[in-house]
Design a protein around this ligand. Sequence first.
Ligand code: PLP
Length: 364
Amino acid sequence: VINFSAGPAKLPASVLAHAQKEMLDHQDTGVSVMEMSHRSSEFSKILNSAEHKLRDLLAIPQNYKILFLQGGGTGQFSAVPLNLLPLKPSLSADYLVTGSWSAKAAQEAEKYGTVNLVVPKTKKYTSIPDPSTWKLNPEASYFYYCANETIDGVEFQYIPEINGVPIVCDMSSNMLTRHLDINKFGLIFAGAQKNIGCAGVTLVIIREDLIGLAMKICPVIFDYQIQAGNNSLYNTPPTYGIYIMGLVFNWIDEEGGVKKMEENSIKKSNLVYNLIDSSEGFYHCPLDKDCRSRMNLPIRIGSLQGHETLEKQFSEEATKTGYLQLKGHRSVGGIRVSLYNAVTVEETEHLVGFMTAFMERNRH
Ligand code: PLP
């Protein structure tokens, strides 16, 4: 099978093999990582090495803390406003909603303060409104956006320029898939289960000066100051998830780092988009070209609104061929191809071969 799932998603085979090899006895400790105290020296090594490797891969400056938390991306939808709204007396934040996940984040933040939607609400997410039209509040505590909308397929090809207000970014579905200048961000978070590991651990990279202002009602496990002060060990962290994440970081490094991941992502997504664009109306991508995701590619078959029978047939034939999870999210329908780091160029070529053959058989 080839796993094109949007998440939890494919992991590199060598990472799984490595984890399997030391599953019962981690480096002669006689126990599995799952059975280890989170305060043992063995686990400290695992945590510290994951942190160092990530710092190297993304050139994360020393004035940023790296936290390994629980609660998923959704937990951060709450943790971000609980910790950062008090940065300014306005208790207000700017949210750029470009898809279902940033919409959910904005909705959650409304519980704790004022949310300013910088672009008008819309039902369909297929573009990024021009930055010159964004209605920014200079008194906002932070500016929030989602770098890659996993469901809708809207991905930023640039980092927004926001003056004087820290940028918070949800990178749950494109973390470590493209070059980043960390200095441009106040906070980045990402659930692990797409590009960087298995479900259960959430990465937070936060600039130090943004730590320490959490609201009184902020649950202790979401308080960045407490988690940073305890090296993510205030309570029991998701130990096995952190271990797997460390193995994924090592794998990325061995493969050639973020640069290589980005090159592959461009190659893989181009393979699919080129087929769509040359299919003379058989395949459609609803997105504006300048925000087409390299990670999650939404596709309609037959017409821009999709042809129900053809799409159903595509899903069935794909599943029979061994291609997993190509059905679009229930809220948008159609097909969704997810091309995270662990999906290879060759696997993508196989899929494009299948899509081409399907088109030739069904084009009337
Ligand atoms: N943000 C993005 C971009 C996502 O794709 C997801 C989940 O798929 C989430 C947030 C929510 O993450 P979780 O399910 O880990 O809470």
